[in-house]
Ligand binder design. Structure first.
Ligand code: ADP
Ligand code: MG
Length: 461
């Protein structure tokens, strides 16, 4: 027994090598396992208590790996058993996946066709106690594929906490391992618009095409399903798609802002289906996780960001990771704009964030929040939206910002013009009335604005 204890790290290393485990897989499942005892030729291995939910998965996936490795190493037949250790306190520290694997250009097209954002990968996702379970569940689904572990996997949590990042990570990993599988990521908005479009066209061929697109995939990911629920025809189409895919054993991954139980407008038939697989939540990040994420951002930044600045951001940005990254980028942009070429100091950070960090204002809807959410929604940078650039892709987002600033805040036309770098407030008046007029006839736009409003103010129902 002593010898096995001494050799425990070699055993784990050998499992890693022999079974060619990826760094993330090793770090998530194996690294924290501890040797416990050997009794009647059974090796007992401890799973730390904060990994308790992974017991089933680890036993299923790794029992045989350990059994073979230990048997070979000690030249004697052993069985392996995993036990839960409930007494080890959770350390709560965040671990960083430092190494970003170079995936080169392999299958870029497949990944693009699947609608996947290149940078949202497991390698760039920082694991902390707030997202540990959701991360482990996502990794389990991805690395076991094509074996189906949980179906559907349902990830939920507030805005900006990493749901979309995790979904894309699953998609990338499945495609890396199985390039021929058909993986498709879609936002609820895209799905809704496609359904509305094919209904409006009144043309049977277009409905058939839509069904063919969604019902022939191997892995379907639908992000933010709360935006589909309650929209009658879209919801029905989604329900049928879900049933067809699930019955065919295809993997479905969903995200939402709430657990199925708390979605008030959700029919029972949806609720039970969403709970068929596994639901996993993501909580707001704790301090350590925030620091780990900021350090990771700092590593890939050309400016040097001191530890003091990182702590300042982590202490002051409370709610989510999107804002955390927003604050970070704002500081870097501020330093560049003011041509500060020395390292970024605390004073610079304080100045850059002075209107963002105000503890009493955290829930207030501000024009800046509207600008950020709309920019993100359209996939453009907020600096570009507020610049003088005249590209056509900025026209609609800017008009939506004008409209929402009037609707949701009491900002004057003149001040909105200033924020958007427009000389004249009549541009703003024109923009607002344009959106108002169009909203009553254009269902896509109506839907888009409804979704953006919910993103700005998630508590509104
Ligand atoms: P959600 O879909 O829950 O609203 P996102 O997945 O869009 O949130 O995350 C918002 C931003 O924060 C993204 O840029 C994402 O890469 C980043 N992010 C979220 N969680 C993490 C994490 N754990 N590690 C690294 N980046 C993260
Ligand atoms: Mg998202």
């Amino acid at each position: 027994m002593e010898i096995m204890k001494e050799k425990w790290n070699d055993i784990k290393e050998s499992v890693r090598r022999e079974y060619d485990l990826s760094d993330i897989s090793y770090r998530t499942w194996i690294e924290s396992l501890e040797f416990y005892s050997v009794k009647d030729d059974v090796v007992n291995i401890l799973i730390p208590s904060d990994q308790a939910s992974a017991l089933d998965y680890i036993s299923k996936k790794f029992t045989n790996f350990f059994k073979v490795t230990i048997t070979e190493m000690f030249d004697h037949d052993y069985d392996v058993n995993f036990l839960l250790e409930n007494k080890i306190p959770s350390t709560g520290t965040a671990s960083i996946s430092e190494k970003i694997t170079d995936h080169g250009s392999i299958n870029n097209v497949t990944h693009e066709n699947a609608n996947l954002i290149p940078r949202y990968r497991f390698e760039t996702f920082v694991v902390g106690s707030n997202n540990k379970f959701a991360h482990a569940s996502s990794l389990a689904v991805a690395e076991s594929y094509p074996e189906i572990t949980y179906n559907p996997l349902y990830l939920y949590g507030g805005p900006g906490l990493g749901k979309t990042h995790l979904m894309h990570s699953i998609g990338h990993m499945i495609l890396d391992n199985h390039p021929n599988m058909k993986v498709l990521y879609v936002t609820s908005e895209e799905f809704t618009n496609e359904v509305i479009e094919s209904i409006r066209s009144g043309n049977a061929a277009s409905m058939t095409k839509l069904r063919e697109k969604y019902r022939t995939v191997d892995v379907l990911m639908v992000d933010d399903v709360q935006f589909i629920i309650g929209k009658e025809s879209t919801q029905e189409e989604f329900f049928n798609t879900f049933n067809v895919l699930h019955a065919a054993g295809k993997q479905i991954i969903l995200s939402s802002d709430k657990p199925p139980r708390q979605m008030s407008a959700l029919d029972e038939r949806f609720r039970s289906r969403f709970e068929w697989g596994l639901t996993a939540d993501i909580q707001p990040p704790d301090y350590e996780t925030k620091v780990a994420i900021l350090r990771k951002n700092a590593e890939s930044c050309e400016k040097i960001i001191s530890e003091e600045v990182i702590q300042y951001i982590a202490n002051n940005i409370k709610s989510n990771i999107r804002e955390l990254e927003g604050a970070f980028n704002k500081i870097v942009a501020f330093a560049k704009l003011n041509k500060l070429d020395q390292d970024i100091t605390l004073a610079v950070a304080e100045e850059a964030l002075k209107d963002m960090i105000d503890p009493n204002k955290s829930n207030e809807i501000t024009p800046n929040l509207i600008i950020d959410v709309v920019s993100e929604h359209f996939g453009v940078k907020s600096e570009d939206i507020t610049s003088k650039k005249r590209n056509s892709e900025f026209v609609i987002p800017r008009q939506i910002i004008m409209y929402l600033c009037r609707k949701l805040t009491d900002t004057s036309y003149t001040n909105i013009a200033k924020l958007l770098n427009k000389k004249d407030h009549t541009t703003v008046i024109h923009g607002c009335s344009k959106i108002e007029a169009e909203i009553s006839t254009n269902k896509d736009l109506q839907n888009k604005i409804e979704i953006i409003e919910k993103k700005i103010n998630p508590s509104q129902t």
